[in-house]
Design a protein around this ligand. Sequence first.
Ligand code: CO
Length: 166
Amino acid sequence: MLEILKYPDPKLKEVAREVDKFDKKLHHLLDQMAETMYGANGIGLAAPQVGESLRLFVIDLGPMEDQPAKLYEFINPVIESGDGKIVFEEGCLSVPGVTEEVVRKERVSVSYQDRNGESHRMVAEGLLAVAIQHENDHLDGTLFIEKLSALKRRLLKKKLERAVTL
Ligand code: CO
């Protein structure tokens, strides 16, 4: 299992760079990330969360949706468009113990590459769309707690600052 970085680790604030080598090393990282996500009972994990500044993430909604596991791997994802509005109570493996309602697009169209470098496009909705937007934010150094209203964010930041100084 890989170590999951926790807020306020500065590496979580970095903008990740594009993947250009679709080699064994990449496949190994993807396998390890999936294992780490399952081990931590998460439904998504982005490379910056394990200290790798690369534009990729894994998602598996199985545990949330009571359905057989389906592992998604998104490499160099780009959210091309989105519509609708959905509010979901989100958590993050890098911000343990915090869940907050976040407003996101209900449906997104995302282009991405798979582990072999092949290009794809997918239209996702509901929880999958939420997860894609949450993980994609990690690639730009944004945590879900930054999507909250200014007041909620202030209260939460105080709480988190206290938590990490203990
Ligand atoms: Co997260």
